[in-house]
Ligand binder design. Structure first.
Ligand code: FAD
Length: 520
């Protein structure tokens, strides 16, 4: 019988699955691979755009604007492998751990003006204005005894806020925990699962016999380095010399932005005779094929793709919709549990470029995060979650054009708003949004003078772009996997940011694992 794998969804997860399937089954293997994407572009939330900016004084530069992920930490073997296999080494941009952008990360405390740097050393901690939160926090955690360890062999879970409160106290959890969660998940730390979102912290708690601090100190003393993450189940990784290239790197990206990853995968897939890419034609229905136990994938335009195997890499609520159509009862497929349990965050992403100025717009660093206000959501800061100082984080990504050679640098920032605050007010479409945003930034940056007029403002409103794995997520996903295996068979994999983790590394890893786990 003919064997064909259909991958649903052309975001990073689906692209990674399709790419690794083509490595496992090259052209001529007799297996066809189809990738079906509902929108007209592939890449999902990964999107980079190059734009030329000018100021009134004759300065010009080409800048890269990211609307999704912008930097990667070198912690995922699956991503390093992808960089190697796609031959992207020459476009990698690295930020060394010693760079100011890597060392200086800030918080803006609600109700105060200016930024506080998060101390990077013990001495800095003692001198920091944040010491009155941090010192008691560490002391509290270091005194905890092993009785409070979450047992990793049982499916215990709690919210990030509850975990941090238990270890470091409520002030710390509110200030640093909520800010960190704003920065990664655009979500409320009081609902996010600690086991799914910060499993490393749970491991430190265990190795420190109940104290995260003790776990971290003993890890440092024994110089037990946490390895780059990756699972050998799906075969050894081919990393080439990428780990060497990324030695001592805090974060990295690419000269033309993150989209080079997805674009290059797409170009590789499109060149293969046994791969079909369907775009702008979403999956409408899934059903069991009448013969041979395979499946049929039907698209909006009426295409019917016979599929012996399926990888679903669309968001779980979208999969749920496919399983709730009027025709679904006749599909022959059992319903799947837990597809709609987790909420997801909507984020407004604002890219701003300021003209070269004599005074720096912001201090050198990676950017800043804003904790949850003590009065609970919403806040007075326009619902701002944080700001990335892009041109400081990756200085060589933007190219001055004129005058050349140019000592002038444009300043590129990205502001993230929304998440648990809801949509910003005033709305981004309102003429009062930009002045309100610039005034909020001025206050956060602790500047007396207004910010200069930006030469570029680009606003993207991303609906439901980051799923929130809520408490109990890992257990639910294990149950989902069991249900898929029992009711749909070993020929189906369900992956994606909402299943195995939202980071670029999790998505690439999930696709890779699915490609090797299907029984073909
Ligand atoms: P998606 O990108 O959502 O892809 C799913 C695809 O399925 C979409 O293309 C969609 O159109 C398609 N689809 C849906 N329904 C159907 C259907 N019925 N038929 C066919 N196709 C369908 N991660 C990091 O590691 N570092 C970062 O700095 C970072 N920053 C981020 C910033 C933002 C603003 C966002 C939104 C995310 C960020 N992330 C970051 C997270 C990471 O980018 C995402 O989790 C990841 O890109 C999700 O990939 P995915 O393929 O699982 O999902």
């Amino acid at each position: 019988s003919s064997r064909s794998v259909t991958v649903l969804g052309g975001g990073l997860s689906g692209l990674s699955a399709a790419f690794h399937l083509t490595r496992r089954f090259p052209a001529g293997s007799g297996i066809r691979i189809a990738l079906v994407e509902g929108s007209h572009r592939l890449g999902g939330w990964v999107e980079s755009e190059k734009v030329r900016v000018k100021d009134g004084a004759g300065h010009e530069a080409d800048v890269v604007l990211e609307s999704g992920p912008r930097t990667l930490r070198p912690v995922s073997k699956a991503v390093l492998e992808l960089v190697h296999l796609l031959a992207l080494k020459s476009s990698v941009l690295t930020v060394p751990r010693t760079a100011p952008a890597a060392r200086n990360r800030f918080v803006h405390l609600p109700g105060q003006d200016g930024l506080a740097v998060i101390p990077g050393s013990f001495l800095a901690l003692l001198r920091s204005p944040l010491a009155k939160i941090l010192v008691p926090a560490v002391l509290k955690d270091a005194r905890l005894f092993s009785g409070t360890v979450l047992n990793t062999s049982t499916p215990n879970d709690e919210s990030v806020d509850a975990f941090l409160t238990r270890h470091f106290g409520a002030d710390f959890a509110q200030t640093f925990g909520s800010a960190l969660v704003h920065g990664i998940y655009a979500a409320d730390s009081r609902v996010l699962s600690v086991r799914s979102a910060f499993s490393a912290m749970c491991q430190l708690e265990e190795s420190g016999k109940g104290s995260v601090t003790r776990g971290a100190v003993s890890e440092m003393l024994t110089s037990r380095k946490r390895d780059i993450r990756g699972s050998a189940d799906a075969g050894p990784y081919e990393l080439g010399d990428i780990p060497e290239l990324l030695k001592g790197t805090s974060v990295f990206s690419f000269q033309d932005g993150m989209q080079i990853l997805t674009d290059t995968v797409v170009a590789r897939l499109a060149a293969l005779p046994h791969v079909d890419i369907v775009k702008g034609d979403g999956v409408m229905e899934l059903s069991k094929a009448t013969d041979e136990g395979g499946f049929e994938v039907a698209t909006e335009s009426g295409k019917r793709l016979p599929s012996s195997h399926i990888v679903s890499a669309i968001p779980l609520p979208h999969l749920h919709r496919l399983l709730s159509t009027p025709n679904y009862p006749q599909s022959g497929l059992a319903p799947l549990p837990h597809l709609t349990v987790n909420p997801s965050s909507s984020v407004t992403v604002v890219n701003l470029v300021f003209p070269p100025t004599a005074d720096p717009i912001h201090p050198e660093g990676f950017g800043y995060l804003i904790p949850r206000p003590s009065t609970d959501y919403p806040s007075s800061s326009l619902g701002m979650l944080g700001t990335v100082f892009d041109s400081c984080a990756l200085p060589s990504q933007d190219k001055p054009i004129s005058p050349s050679p140019s000592p002038f640098r444009f300043t590129k920032l990205t502001v993230m708003l929304g998440g648990p605050y809801g949509p910003p007010t005033p709305a981004p479409s309102s003429p009062s949004f930009l002045p309100a945003l610039l005034e909020t930034l001025r206050r956060h940056l602790g500047r007396a003078d207004p910010l200069p007029e930006p030469c570029l403002v680009r606003v993207r409103e991303h609906k439901d772009c980051i799923p929130t794995p809520t408490v109990g997520h890992a257990v639910r996903m294990a149950e989902l996997a069991t249900a898929v295996r029992e009711h749909w068979g070993a020929n189906v994999a369900v992956i994606g940011a909402g299943v195995g983790g939202v980071s670029v590394g999790d998505c690439v890893e999930g696709g890779r694992r699915a490609a090797y786990s299907l029984e073909l």
